[in-house]
Design a protein around this ligand. Structure first.
Ligand SMILES: [Zn+2]
Ligand SMILES: [Zn+2]
Length: 477
């Protein structure tokens, strides 16, 4: 079975997150998007773990699902205005996985390090044991859904594994400058440098919005690790803007874990091989099928620059001109593309492009060492451009709901729906826009220093998008 998973997001208890982000909202938007497995986010937060225990029940497979009372309410309240009756009942129900994020800020090798790591566990009891261990070490878990801890990344991994040997720790948005494993401002140059003798337990890294798998394929230490992608959403509509598709025998935590560990079968050194349960190597039952990616240029740290001075530089320009802002003289924020080039031990990968029956362009590793990926643009953004109106405007949101309720979840519309059906559900202009996005025939103004890149389906067709809503939930990142 194929399961679309989004296992990195935040609840309303994290900073700068929509106050609507509760369990019902996560479930509702998962159904809208077509996500079959969604992270809970934030389970170290005392109020959020309480909500998780009240609203979800364990399935016995290491995942959780809505309790039956809540399921009835969610279906009658949230889905009532969606026309297609069968919409909410399709396929299998979305399940949850206990996935949280810790922000480690510490000093190592005489430098300040700030690294975000995801922690996944298969049971509430394991989550609670980790919470106890963190509390014992003085971590203030009530301060934020994504708490700052004074523990090193390695200590976080050690605690998680001591509590539950099937826990997974995955460096989050690995390339972003300020808070990541490879970040230019406060990260490390390698997984080994960061996790030392426990590096073998890092089976995957998360790409983040500003990098895509092909950029990560240039890093040799990732050859035998998986590349996963998730949304890091702070509001419902942003769920699934990146996602990982798993091919599983059945939906369970153990199957997800096997799939994440699968790339360890590319191990070459015997020392590494010995550290991984050989039963899991090269398993053909549970795999990562592909990842669904943001265009990395659309991410807010793709290029280098200084936002206040509106200075943006390509990595080539930065190498020529240096890393100081030419306007104010302060240090530029060096972006993800530059940092990948700095750490890459090989030339850019020539991806193999294949167009599928639905007109979607897939990008493959030339030696198939990693699963393929596809670049997607969120449907709200595509409709926004087709309608010349902001993503938060009423017209665009109504159109979005109309398309979803007549055709099915967003991923289906983006990657599979028939172009004639899209024309009928909306119009020929949206159908054409989706056709162009599927094949990659679009334009992107790259993001830098915290400023998202801008996607254009049509190059300068004369009309600018007008944001007609001031402050609105849809625009929360
Ligand atoms: Zn983070
Ligand atoms: Zn400046």
């Amino acid at each position: 079975m194929k399961v679309i998973a989004d296992l990195q997001l935040h609840s309303k208890y994290s900073r700068a997150v929509s106050q609507k982000m509760n369990i019902e909202e996560l479930f509702f938007w998962s159904k809208m998007k077509g996500i079959g497995l969604i992270g809970t986010g934030d389970w170290t937060h005392p109020l959020w773990i309480r909500e998780i225990k009240e609203k979800l029940v364990e399935t016995g497979r290491g995942t959780l699902r809505l309790n039956s009372n809540l399921k009835k309410t969610v279906f009658s309240n949230l889905f009532s205005n969606l026309k297609r009756q069968s919409f909410s009942l399709q396929e299998q129900d979305t399940e949850f996985l206990l996935a949280t994020e810790l922000s480690s800020i510490y000093s190592q090798g005489g430098q300040t390090r700030r690294v975000h790591n995801l922690v996944w566990v298969p049971a509430i009891s394991s989550a609670e044991k980790i919470i106890r261990e963190l509390n014992k070490r003085g971590c203030n878990l009530g301060a934020d859904g994504r708490p700052i801890v004074g523990l090193t990344s390695k200590e976080v991994l050690q605690i998680a594994l001591e509590v539950d040997e099937s826990a997974l720790v995955i460096p989050a948005h690995a390339w972003t400058p300020w808070f990541a494993l490879y970040g230019s401002k406060s990260g490390f140059n390698s997984i080994e440098e960061c996790f030392e003798d426990l590096s073998d337990y890092i089976y995957a890294v998360e790409t983040g919005l500003s990098s895509d798998p092909a950029m990560n394929w240039r890093i040799p230490e990732l050859d035998h690790r998986s590349i996963v992608s998730f949304s890091d959403a702070h509001s419902g509509p942003k769920l699934g803007r990146e996602a990982t598709v798993f091919d599983l025998e059945e939906l369970s935590y153990e199957a997800i874990r096997e799939a994440v560990m699968d790339n360890a079968s590319n191990l070459s050194s015997p020392r590494r091989r010995g550290s991984v349960d050989s039963r899991l190597l090269g398993n053909d039952r549970n795999k990562i099928s592909c990842t669904l990616e943001f265009y990395p240029e659309e991410g807010k740290y793709h290029f280098d620059g200084h936002r206040n001075c509106k200075v943006r530089q390509t990595p080539e320009e930065t190498r020529e001109r240096g890393t100081q802002c030419p306007v104010c003289g302060r240090p530029l924020t060096v972006g993800v593309e530059y940092r990948v080039q700095e750490l890459a031990k090989r030339d850019p990968i020539n991806t193999v492009k294949k167009i599928d029956d639905n007109g979607v362009r897939w990008l493959y590793h030339p030696q198939n060492m990693h699963p393929p990926f596809v670049n997607i643009v969120p449907l709200l953004e595509i409709i926004s451009e087709a309608r010349h109106a902001g993503t938060g405007s009423k017209g665009v949101q109504e159109e979005y709901e109309k398309v979803i309720s007549s055709l099915g979840p967003e991923f289906h519309v983006l990657l599979k729906a028939d172009f004639d059906d899209i024309s009928r559900a909306s119009d020929a202009r949206l159908s054409e826009a989706i056709k162009k996005v599927r094949v990659g025939d679009i334009y992107i103004d790259p993001g830098y220093d915290g400023e998202f890149g801008k996607v254009k389906v049509w190059k300068d067709d004369g009309e600018d998008v007008v944001e007609d809503v001031g402050k609105d939930q849809m625009s929360l990142f």
